[in-house]
Every structure is written in structure tokens, then in C-alpha cells.
Design a protein around this ligand. Structure first.
Ligand code: IVH
Length: 701
């Protein structure tokens, strides 16, 4: 194509104008993609705006030449602002993994234990391929397709309705006895042949090619211009309902049959199995046929077929107890270990990371692998310069599984982890547990607040997805702001905008930033000035306090201020606040001490108080049913005969009760089964209400 980009608009003839409009459409689409999807713009916002201006001006002069794919026709008009947010009525969750027969047996017995089912009681489980694409939730209102949303963070995704409209396989209207409003979930993917053809085409036209079909499907679905998506051959398999109960059928397999009757593609390799043997047999069958399917799958999903049992099993953290993904054997490749780099984590842990000669493992280029810790390096005797076997399973960080000793250079030397922190020079030590006298496998930097690496990692954690989830504030940006000393602690994030105005080197004048991207960032930060207590606690990055523990704490304490006061009080182990904390089911001594240790440090406490000044921390709304046991503290002791301990706990929590591990004056109810001992005795001494399991069930019925 000739280049007319330097010709003034009034001097363009019709031929040249058409050529320019085509060039601009392509160019703008390319920058949109870099900006919106890769967060990696190549040009400044003002240069981008100039391209759009020129496009508009030429269209003004030659209205007959406006292209179908013109950027001026695109939704939202300039500046295009990505996709609308779309909240999920029922959260979209992920799945736990299994990698071996043993893991599958564990899954089956976990389910049986939870449901108090005998080993030989029937438990039909559906096995279906795990499609390697992107999950999508389709909303139907009175039988009509009205909205499609990506998974996003599970609660809120992106509205991609217009793009999903272009997928022929997805029914836009369903007839018959359909529920009024419901979601169908499934996977959007691209077939192998279509993927190859798309890459060939893109190569010819000088556009970016995709590393694998999954990326191609994701890139196609996240096009701002639906007419581009329409040209991409995307496909779909339906695999579940948002709310499994909505159809009034009893089994997951009935749901799939209904999908099929409505005209949704349902994977033909789906099978109801009645034992672990049968699951494994079907898994092997799918694995054998994997290369002939014409699309990527990365495992087999097992789901308890009975929907009433699914309901009873419920969820733990963000995955259902009633399903598991049995992943295929990891892909492997051989490459050379070029160096071992030491990373310092937010709690000071020194982690050795293998820097590898880049190698493709199962369609993805791998250049880093985890080496865990020094014991692991010693055990495998991994040395710089070695040829190693790397493996990649699913989304996990690649691992080094083996060293090829016969290819080792003669002069190689064992690797020794440094005993000082590479970031701050403080001693790095392996703590010794005073109770067991055992040495921690992890070496930690003792620098605490003076260590810049720990500070940066804490900040990265603070803004990460399950924490404050600030869009446009990722690892790169944190490193930039920390390096400039603009953000040293989390609270600084919330004053960035106010301070930016005064600065000569205002952010919008910096390389890679512009008016638009900066104002987007301020918006994203301001959007997060209100946050749930569970995310807030998780965001602090306290050792041993992951998302589940944070959520347990938020549930137990309710209010942010109450929680903080309790953490401070618990610093004195004689104070009853310490017992309360330790007794929260799932917490215990180690986590409790990690929390009090954190708040004993004045700077941590001050940081949290300062955050309270600039963000509103809200109590978390758990899906609880109002009940006679709301807010009551319950202890289960002795043997439960009608349901498992885990189910009893999950059910009590659903009803708004707090489940504690030991009896104190704060306990409201003790549910005692046969064999109850000291806890029952203590309850009697304290005059706490004691119920049998049946009495408890009657109470909550
Ligand atoms: S069921 C609550 N079934 O795997 C259960 N998921 O790792 C939700 N996936 O986000 C998922 N094929 O994108 C289910 N047959 C299948 C699937 C499947 C692929 C994906 C899905 C999900 C991810 C979980």
C-alpha cells in the first residue's frame, strides 16, 4: 500500500483518500489492541488522538468512502473505553486440580466423607473434557439471549455480548419451557484448523500471530470491533448453569441433555461414571483421542451428577467441592539452565528462580522455572550450565524435574544460596522452630522494612487481583512508582493523584503515559476506595493469611474497626481476644501469632490505620440465610452421626453462625455427639447450651 500519510487532507484525491482510510483503520485497530488488551501502548495518547482526528476529517471530506470497519463507527466512539463491566448473578468459579489416580480417589473419598456416604454407596459422577478456551456466561431472558460476560475476577467480567452475537453455534433464542431468567455457562474456543488458517492469514497481512488457539480465541473475543470477531471462527461448548437448580431437573446430565435439546453444542465425550475405575477408564479414552479432536483440551472435569448433592457439598474458597479437573500429564522439554536468580518475596523469602534458554513447552515459550528452595536445589543437584528437563502443567509455574547428568560440564559447581539478602544486604536466615527444633526450608531476609524488594512485593500483592485489584496498576507500574519514590507504602497509592498535580514531572508527561491513561488510572484507584473487609485483610500480605483465612476473619469480626481492635488486643496472649482469634475454626496458633506479630510492629498498625482514613472498609456480605442461629458461636464436638463435621460447619456458616474450635464463655451452643469429652465438660461448667446433633438439626430446620 502506498503511503499518503504526509499529504494534507485538502490535497488528497479520492483514490488516495480511500487508501489512507484503510491504513488508518488498520493502524488505529492495532493501537487499540496494544492499549486495551496488552496495556502496552506504542504511541502517546496525543499521537493516537491525531490518528483518529485525521480519520474523521478525511471521512468528513469523503463521506462516500467511510469503511464498514471504520474506527469512527465503533461503539463508544473516540476515545473508545474498552468493555462495559458485567456483574455475574452467580459467581463464576474455578476448579481444584487432580493429577493422578490417587488424587481422583482422594476427590471421591472427600465427597463421600463430606456427605457421610459409605464407600460402596452409589455416587454417579459425570466426566467431560476440559476445554482449553475461555469461560463465558450467557444470560437468557424469556428465552432470548441478552448478555454475554467473560469470567473476569469471577464476580465481575466484561460485557462481550456483541462479540458473542457473532458466534453462529450459540442459539440466540430458545423455545419451550424456559426459565424466565438464567445463565448458561461454557467455553469459547478455536479449533486447530481455524487457528492455523488465522495465523497464516495474519502472517500474510503482517499482523500479530498467536502462540496457541486459546490466545487466539481470547484475542478474538476481546476485539472492540465485533465485525472483526465475526470473521474469527469461534466455537462453543455449554457445560453448566449459573444456578444449577433453575431447570428443576435432578442431575447435571439432565442439564446437559436440555442444553442439547435447545441446540447448544454439548461435548460428545461426556459420560456418567459410577466408580473411580470408570472415571479413569474414560479419562484414558479421552486422552487417547485427544490429538484427533481438532481442538485443545487440557484435562477431564469430574462433576457429582446429583444436583441436590452438589448443593449440599457447596464451595470451598473459590472452587466447588463437587467437581475437580483431572489434568493431563504435563508437557516436557529439555533446555539449558543459564543462571539462578534470587527473588525476594513480600515476607522476605529468598526464592531461587531458574533462568533458562527459552524453549517451547506445549505451545508456550518458557524461560523461567521455579526451583523452590535450597534443599530442593541440593536434592536435585541443579547447577548453572546444566541441561534440564522442564515441565509445565496447566497454568502453574514451570518446574525443573530432572538434570541430565551425562550432559553436565566437567567444571560445574554446586549452587549455594547466599546468606545475605541480594536486595538489601541484611542477613538471610533459616528460622528454627523452637518446638520441633527443625529448620525452616525457606531462607528469609531479616531486613523487614528496610528491604526494598520486600516493600515492592508487598505493594504488588496489595494491588493484585484478589486484593485491591486496581486496574492498570500492575507489577510494572508498582516498580515504576516505587523507583520514583512516589509510592513507598500502600497508603501512598491513594494520594498519588493529589500529589501528581504539583509535580513538574507529572505522570502524564512520562514515557508511555498520556492524559487518557493517567486519568484511567486515577479512576481505577478511586473505584477501589471502598472495599470488603476480606479483600482488605488479604491485601495486607500478612504471612499465613491467604484468601480463605482473610475471609474467615472478615466473617468472624464483621466490622473493620472491631477486627483491628481485636488484633491489637490479641497481642497480649493473656487477653481473651487471643483465645477468640486462635479458636476461629481454621485459624489456630500459628496464624494467630502471625497476625499478632504483624500488628505488634508499630509501622504495620500505623499503615492499617492510615488506610482506614482513605478507604472505606465494608463488612462482607456472605450469602447467609437469616436464621435462628445467625451470629451465634457454635462448637461441634464428639462424633457426628448424621453428617460430616465439614458439612455441619459449612451449613452452620451458611446460616450465619460462627463455628469455633473450642469452648469459651463466648460460645452460645455446643453440639455434642457420642464420645464428647473435655469440650462438653467445659460447656457444662460454663452453663453453655448443649444440644444433640438431632436437636441442632431441628433448631436450624
Ligand atoms: S465447570 C463451578 N466444565 O475450566 C464449575 N469448566 O478451571 C465451573 N472449563 O473456568 C467450571 N471445560 O473455563 C467446567 N467441562 C467443563 C470445562 C470447564 C473447561 C474451564 C472453565 C473454568 C475452568 C476451571
Amino acid at each position: 500500500m502506498s503511503d499518503f500519510s504526509n499529504i494534507e487532507i485538502q490535497d488528497l484525491d479520492e483514490q488516495q483518500a480511500l487508501s489512507e482510510l484503510k491504513r488508518l483503520a488498520e493502524e488505529i485497530a492495532r493501537h487499540d489492541k496494544l492499549y486495551f488488551q496488552k496495556d502496552d501502548p506504542e504511541i502517546s495518547d496525543s499521537d493516537y488522538d491525531a490518528l483518529r482526528q485525521r480519520n474523521l476529517a478525511i471521512e468528513g471530506k469523503f463521506p462516500d468512502l467511510v469503511l464498514d470497519a471504520s474506527p469512527s463507527k465503533r461503539v463508544g466512539a473516540a476515545p473508545v473505553d474498552g468493555f462495559e463491566k458485567a456483574a455475574h448473578a452467580v459467581p463464576m468459579l474455578s476448579l481444584g486440580n487432580a493429577f493422578s489416580r490417587e488424587d481422583v480417589e482422594d476427590f471421591s473419598s472427600r465427597v463421600r466423607r463430606f456427605l457421610s456416604l459409605d464407600d460402596d454407596a452409589p455416587l454417579p459422577i459425570v466426566a467431560e473434557p476440559k476445554i482449553d478456551g475461555l469461560s463465558i456466561s450467557l444470560t437468557y431472558s424469556n428465552g432470548e439471549f441478552v448478555r454475554a460476560a467473560t469470567r473476569g475476577d469471577g464476580r465481575v467480567g466484561e460485557d462481550v455480548t456483541h462479540n458473542i452475537m457473532t458466534i453462529a453455534e450459540i442459539p440466540k433464542q430458545i423455545a419451550g419451557n424456559v426459565p424466565e431468567l438464567f445463565d448458561i455457562r461454557g467455553e469459547v474456543y478455536m479449533g486447530h484448523d481455524d487457528f492455523v488458517a488465522l495465523n497464516e492469514q495474519n502472517e500474510k497481512t503482517g499482523q500479530k500471530t498467536f502462540a496457541n488457539p486459546r490466545n487466539a480465541a481470547a484475542g478474538s473475543l476481546r476485539q472492540l470491533d465485533p465485525s472483526i470477531t465475526a470473521k474469527r471462527p469461534l466455537k462453543f461448548f455449554a457445560y453448566s448453569l449459573g444456578d444449577a437448580q433453575v431447570l428443576g431437573v435432578k442431575h447435571h446430565s439432565d442439564v446437559l441433555a436440555q442444553f442439547d435439546a435447545w441446540g447448544f453444542p454439548v461435548n460428545p465425550l461426556t459420560k456418567v461414571c459410577r466408580s473411580v475405575d470408570e472415571l479413569m477408564e474414560h479419562y484414558e479414552h479421552i486422552a487417547l483421542n485427544r490429538s484427533d479432536l481438532g481442538y485443545d483440551i487440557d484435562g477431564v472435569v469430574y462433576k457429582v451428577d446429583d444436583l441436590a448433592l452438589q448443593e449440599r457439598l457447596g464451595f470451598v474458597s473459590r472452587a466447588p467441592r463437587w467437581a475437580v479437573a483431572h489434568k493431563f500429564e504435563a508437557e516436557k522439554a529439555v533446555t539449558q539452565l543459564e543462571a539462578i536468580e534470587i527473588q525476594v518475596g513480600r515476607t522476605g523469602a529468598l526464592t531461587p528462580v531458574a533462568k533458562l534458554t527459552p524453549v517451547t513447552v506445549g505451545g508456550v515459550v518458557v524461560s523461567n522455572a521455579s526451583l523452590h528452595n535450597e534443599d530442593e536445589i541440593a536434592r536435585k543437584d541443579v547447577r548453572v550450565g546444566d541441561y534440564v528437563v522442564v515441565q509445565r502443567a496447566g497454568d502453574v509455574i514451570p518446574q525443573i524435574v530432572e538434570v541430565l547428568l551425562d550432559k553436565r560440564a566437567e567444571k560445574s559447581e554446586p549452587f549455594i544460596l547466599p546468606d545475605v539478602c541480594p536486595a538489601c544486604g541484611s542477613p538471610a536466615e533459616r528460622a528454627v522452630d523452637p518446638d520441633t527444633n527443625r529448620q525452616d526450608v525457606v531462607r528469609r531476609c531479616t531486613g523487614g522494612f528496610i528491604c526494598p524488594a520486600q516493600a515492592v512485593e508487598r505493594l504488588k500483592h496489595f494491588v493484585s487481583r484478589n486484593a485491591f485489584d486496581i486496574e492498570g496498576m500492575g507489577e510494572k507500574q508498582i516498580e515504576l512508582f516505587y523507583g520514583l519514590e512516589w509510592v513507598k507504602t500502600p497508603v501512598d497509592i491513594f494520594s498519588l493523584e493529589a500529589r501528581d498535580g504539583d509535580r513538574l514531572t507529572s505522570l502524564k508527561n512520562m514515557d508511555g503515559w498520556g492524559e487518557k491513561s493517567v486519568s484511567k488510572l486515577w479512576d481505577a484507584i478511586n473505584e477501589r476506595r471502598t472495599i470488603g473487609l476480606d479483600r482488605f485483610i488479604y491485601a495486607l500480605g500478612i504471612r499465613h493469611v491467604g484468601a480463605t483465612t482473610a475471609s474467615d476473619l472478615a466473617r468472624f469480626y464483621g466490622e473493620a474497626e472491631r477486627w483491628l481492635q481485636a488484633m491489637v488486643d490479641a497481642g497480649d496472649e493473656e487477653n481473651s481476644a487471643f483465645d477468640d482469634l486462635k479458636n476461629i475454626d481454621g485459624i489456630g496458633g500459628v496464624v494467630a501469632r502471625s497476625l499478632t506479630h504483624y500488628f505488634n510492629e508499630k509501622r504495620n498498625l500505623e499503615q492499617v490505620q492510615a488506610l482506614f482514613e482513605v478507604v472505606t472498609v465494608e463488612p462482607v456480605e456472605f450469602e447467609e440465610v437469616a436464621s435462628s442461629v445467625s451470629n451465634q458461636t457454635v462448637v461441634f464436638t464428639g462424633k457426628l452421626e448424621l453428617m460430616s463435621r465439614a458439612e455441619a460447619k459449612a451449613q452452620a456458616e451458611r446460616l450465619g453462625a460462627k463455628v469455633a474450635g473450642s469452648v469459651s464463655a463466648k460460645t452460645n451452643i455446643v453440639v455434642a455427639g457420642p464420645g464428647a469429652g473435655s469440650k462438653l465438660k467445659k460447656a457444662e461448667e460454663l452453663g453453655v447450651k448443649v444440644l444433640t446433633e438431632q436437636e441442632w438439626l431441628d433448631l436450624i430446620d
